[in-house]
Structures are given as C-alpha cells and as structure tokens.
Design a protein around this ligand. Sequence first.
Ligand code: TGC
Ligand code: FAD
Length: 395
Amino acid sequence: MSTFDIDDPLRFEEQLSEDDRMIMESAREYAQEHLEPRAVKGNQEEYFDPSIPGELAELGLLGSFVDPKYGGSGASQTAYGLIAREVERVDSGYRSFMSVQSSLVMHPIAKFGTEEQKQKYLPKLSNAELIGCFGLTEPDHGSDPGSLETVALKTDGGWRITGNKMWITNSPIADIAIVWAKAKENKDEEGTIRGFIVEADAKGYSAPKTKGKMSLRASETGEINLEEVFVPDENVFPEVTGLKGPFSCLNSARYGIAWGTVGAAEFCYRKSRQYALERKQFGQPIGSTQLVQTKLANMLTDITAMQQLVLRLGQLRDRGEDHPSMISLAKRNNSMKALEIARTARDIHGGNGIMGEYRVIHHLMNLETVITYEGTHDIHGLILGREITGEQAFT
Ligand code: TGC
Ligand code: FAD
C-alpha cells in the first residue's frame, strides 16, 4: 500500500517537471524566509515594502515566462502558476504585485509591443528598475470595461489621453501604466479601444493612493488620473484593437490567480489542522471532534481538486491549447473555494481566528478582493453560462 500525505494526498507535486519543481522550491524558500516575516506588518500597517520588487526580480520571478532575450526566464506557464502559489501562500497582495508586473504589464508589451517597446521596457520591468500597472477599470465601468470613457485623441506625433482609472494595483508606485482608452482621430467619432504605454512622469498624469482598504492591505492600490496626457506614437501598441487586447492580458492574470489561491487555501488548511490538534476544549483536542474533522476533510478535498485543476490548465497553456472559458472556470472555482476554506479556518481558530497574528482572517479578507477583481465570481459564471448555452446574459 502507498502512503497518504496529509498535505498532498494525490502526490500533486510528484507530477511536476524537474525545472518547474526547482522554480517552485526557489520561490517557496524566498517567500517563507523573506515575505512571511513581513506579512503581519504589511497587513496591519497597510505597508508594501519597496524592497520586495527587487528581491523577486533577483530570483527571476517577474515575467518568468518572458523570453530571456528580453530579461525573462523563459519558464513554463506551470512554473508561473507555482510562483503565484508560493507568493500567495503568504499574501494575495504580494501575489498581486507579481501578477500585475508579469501578466498585465510585461505580457502585453511582449505580445503586442513593437521591437523597440520590448527592448526599452521589458528588461527594466524584469529587473524591477521599472514598476508597471494596468489601467482598465474606471469609476463607472468595472465588470463592463467595453463602455470605458477614457479617450485618446490623435494629435501631431502622438495622442492626448484624458480620463480616470480606479482600483489600479501598483499605480501609486508605478513608473509606467498600460492604459486602455478609446482612440479617436477626431472627438466626434466612437473610437476603438487601444493600449498605450504611459510614463508616470508625463505632464497631466497623477496616481493617488487609495487608502483604508480592509482587504489586500499590503498591496498598493490607487487611481490613475489623466488630463490631456501626451503619449508619443511610439508608445501605442500598433496592431491590437478592441477588448481582445486587455482581455488577453486578463487571461494570463486570471490563470495566475487560480494558482495563487491554492497557496492561500493550503496555508489556511495547514494552520487549522495544527490548531485543531493543539487546542483543547471539553478535555480533548477540538481536532478529535467529528465536526472539526469533517471541516478539515472538506478543506483537503477541495484543495486537492484545486491543485489538479490548475496543473492540467497549466499543461494545456504550455501546449497553447487553453481557452478563456477554461481560465474563467478555474479562476471562479479556486477563488471561491479558497475563500470558503479561509472562512472555515477562521471558524476553527475560534476567537483567535480574528487576530492578525494567526493570519487566517488576513487571507479571508484578501480573498474577498480575489473573488472580485479580474472579473467577479458571477461575471465568470456568466462567461461560462454563455459558453454552455450560447446565450449572452450580461444585459
Ligand atoms: P465580448 O463581446 O465578450 O468580447 C469582446 C471581444 O473580446 C474578445 N474576448 C476575449 N479575447 C481574449 N480573451 C478573452 N478572455 C476574451 N473575452 C472576450 C471577444 O472575442 C471579442 O473579440 P472581437 O474580435 O469579436 O471584438 O465583450 P463584452 O463587453 O460582452 O464582455 C463581457 C465580459 C463580462 C466577458 C467582460 O467584460 C469581462 O470579462 N468583464 C470583467 C472585467 C474584468 O475582468 N476586469 C479586470 C480588470 S483588471 C484587474 O482586475 C486587475 S487585478 C490585478 C491584481 O491585482 O492581481
Ligand atoms: P461592478 O461591475 O459594479 O459589480 C458590482 C456587482 O454587480 C458584482 O457583484 C457583479 O458581479 C455584479 N454584476 C455586474 N454586472 C452584472 C451582470 N451583468 N449580471 C449580474 N451581476 C452583475 N482593475 C484594473 O483595471 N487594474 C487593476 O490593477 C485592478 N486592481 C484591483 C485591485 C483591487 C484591490 C480591487 C478591489 C479591484 C481592482 N481592479 C483593477 C478592478 C476590478 O477588476 C473590478 O473591481 C471588478 O472587475 C469589478 O468591477 P466593479 O468593482 O466596478 O463592480
């Protein structure tokens, strides 16, 4: 008979390639030794340590999938997911930093950028000399970005961009922003969505921080306000137009989130098991009661399914055989399962569960953002519903 590993019952990690496993181990060692000790302070003081980007860069964890000739590591999609899992085991906010830099800034430049744009920005984003952010959401257009109002008006040698973006991860610390705006040759036309690389020191650009979040507190979130910001022609993505531009970036980021939530869920399960064995009530460990054991059994069952789901999706992505609806399925399922697991972990910890130092309510609060950004739980349900029925139910 084989053995049963209470942390990895179906021997998920045994399925990884040697290269992917090495990247996972390096990310795990870094995250546990250098991020975990900062987690409570980051959460309680709403603080993102500015040395984190450089540390991630040094290990090749930013834009890991980008071609090495532009500073990436040329790693697999599975490896990218494994990095997200290790970083989010500590804090979804740290994973958010990594996701935005990799999937929402480096990915579009690598995929849609000119050779000059790639050479100018990718190596510096990869070594964290530059920090990037991604501006799609607006105050009045979140789930429906197709209605965005930011306008890029053609002018001599470039474009003048005017509009407001909200809820933008990394914007207060970003050197460049990928801004999605309706490009117009003249102000009366409808316009087409295009992507612009906007430098944060441009006149008319500001990115105030959004303070007082109760979730993802260690992540820098802000607005992007653009008042007739001039962007030269060489900073526009030349070919891609319409929503498929930003959505292609979201595919990569949503995929990373589906993996990241596995790490947060594993953290909550392991902490709960340990607590349930140590905490005694009625003269016995609470872990010896039927109710707590069933909760732990449900957590481990869900985590095991979450792991296999993302591993398979990663293999399909590595072969170029993934589909956006597969990613919606994984992002939706894993984010909600992780949130439920964090909620159960908070419950198993009793009163201690509300204390920051036990770190389960920290994950619980973070995961409230994770089920919301990159498409809410219900929006992904509607994307899947459209795929299943062929009927559009957004409007
Ligand atoms: P729809 O008609 O469905 O599509 C318009 C065009 O886009 C194409 N498309 C995709 N292409 C690639 N990948 C995808 N996933 C795609 N989904 C759609 C589609 O083929 C079509 O192309 P074409 O050539 O025919 O024009 O557009 P819609 O307006 O009906 O969209 C509806 C909906 C709900 C699917 C969409 O709007 C949606 O996904 N809403 C959610 C918004 C969202 O996810 N925002 C995320 C903002 S960024 C963020 O949250 C970062 S957090 C980062 C962090 O901190 O970790
Ligand atoms: P709304 O779209 O107003 O949705 C509110 C509710 O209505 C939700 O429950 C939703 O499911 C529901 N709903 C909406 N439409 C329908 C419908 N047709 N049918 C049924 N129900 C519907 N955006 C970026 O561009 N870049 C970033 O870096 C970024 N980072 C973020 C960081 C944080 C911390 C947060 C909280 C958000 C971030 N976002 C970012 C924005 C995020 O993507 C949006 O918050 C998200 O897409 C939801 O949009 P909304 O908040 O406007 O909610």
